[in-house]
Design a binder for this molecule. Structure first.
Ligand code: NAD
Ligand code: UDP
Ligand code: UDP
Length: 310
């Protein structure tokens, strides 16, 4: 039995990861400052004998004894990471240094939840891991994008300088149950608006694209990466390569919810990427992984969850 630290463990992805690790027979230490995470996401685990929650901000040092670290702490929705942008960068950079320092002291494996945002507003489509990205250093998304880019740099320097065993995962847009209804990301916004019969807020003309991965597929990929062969560091893209425009997404959600909501068009936020789709050949060959859940099926599960919580 391993004792595994999950930072950001009461967030959307983190809570599903805690479930998976417990199911596999591990002990889980969930560390979270509850900035965007919610106790309700882990409520069902609090009485589990192998689960422990610790309220802590990873920008401060953390001295615990564990066998493995999954570093997920960081707000992921643009609305939330732009709320306190300095704290967002601190979480990605100082938080990574602390978690890498912890992994170095304990000589243990550490996985970083990086992001497709390291590609910025990409000029290459779809995006392979070799693409170096097109990111603004000064715009409103930079606190997140540059913070995550720097965390990747730190991971690779701890690997080269201190021989640390690292796994770096570039996560593409993921959705599913336990997203916060006020999260601000597109899938949660559209479903909540459709269920409430409110206007669906399309930013820009809705022609921008994203490729949406259902949470169970994503967590499977994350677990496979952590347990991949020695010496495989990534970075590796994990995401669903089926691409949709935001207009298509809105239309599917209106149909699945049988909603009377109308579309309204609002200004496109600064630096909003126009297209995004992962190349997943590396994940296929190294992890024997590819996503299984189709968008409509994942949306149905998500709609069921949102209709229960709102
Ligand atoms: P989320 O906001 O639901 O979860 C993030 C968690 O981190 C929350 O529980 C929050 O309270 C916690 N947190 C934030 N700052 C912290 C700090 N300083 N100390 C301790 N805890 C802190 O978001 P999510 O979608 O679950 O994302 C999890 C990770 O995956 C993030 O690192 C995010 O950047 C990455 N990611 C997610 C997606 C996606 O589509 N969901 C895409 C790319 C990358
Ligand atoms: N750190 C931590 N827990 C540990 C070990 C280290 O939080 O168990 C933090 C510590 O605060 C330090 C950071 O990780 O600032 C980086 O550690 P490292 O050993 O790489 O650097 P140094 O201590 O030499 O600055
Ligand atoms: N978006 C939208 N309406 C919303 C929320 C988001 O049209 O209510 C758009 C947003 O401008 C972006 C896409 O949906 O082009 C995905 O946004 P999200 O915040 O989910 O993730 P990210 O931009 O980080 O991929």
């Amino acid at each position: 039995m391993k004792r595994i630290l999950v930072t950001g463990g009461s967030g959307f992805l983190g809570s599903h990861l805690c479930d998976k690790l417990l199911q596999e027979g591990n002990e889980v230490l969930c560390v979270d400052n509850l900035f965007t995470g919610r106790k309700s996401n882990i409520h069902h685990l609090t009485s589990h004998k192998n689960f422990e929650f610790m309220r802590h901000d990873i920008t401060f040092p953390l001295y615990v004894e564990v066998d493995e670290i999954y570093n997920l702490a960081c707000p992921a929705s643009p609305v939330h990471y732009q709320f306190d942008p300095v704290q967002t960068t601190k979480t990605s950079v100082i938080g990574a240094i602390n978690m890498l320092g912890l992994a170095k002291r304990l000589k243990i494996k550490i996985l970083q939840a990086s992001t497709s945002e390291v590609y910025g507003d990409p000029e290459i489509h779809p995006q392979p891991e070799s693409y170096k990205g097109s990111v603004s250093t000064t715009g409103i998304r930079a606190c997140y994008d540059e913070g995550k880019r720097c965390s990747e740099t730190l991971f690779f320097d701890y690997h080269r300088q201190h021989g640390l065993d690292i796994k770096v995962m570039r996560i593409f847009n993921t959705y599913g149950p336990r997203m916060n209804p006020n999260d601000g990301r597109v899938v949660s916004n559209f479903i909540v608006q459709a269920l409430r019969g409110e206007d669906i807020t399309i930013f820009g003309d809705g022609s921008q694209t994203r490729s949406f991965c259902f949470v169970s597929d994503l967590i499977d990929g994350m677990y496979r990466l952590m347990n991949s062969r020695d010496g495989f560091t990534g970075p590796v893209n994990i995401g669903n390569p089926t691409e949709f425009t935001m207009l298509e997404l809105a239309e599917i959600i209106i149909r699945l919810t049988d909603s009377k909501s109308k579309l309204i068009f609002l200004p496109l936020p600064q630096d909003d990427p126009m297209q995004r789709k992962p190349v997943i050949e590396l994940a296929k060959t190294e992890l024997d992984w590819e996503p299984k859940i189709k968008l409509e099926d994942g949306l149905k599960e998500s709609i069921k969850y949102f209709s229960e919580v709102i």
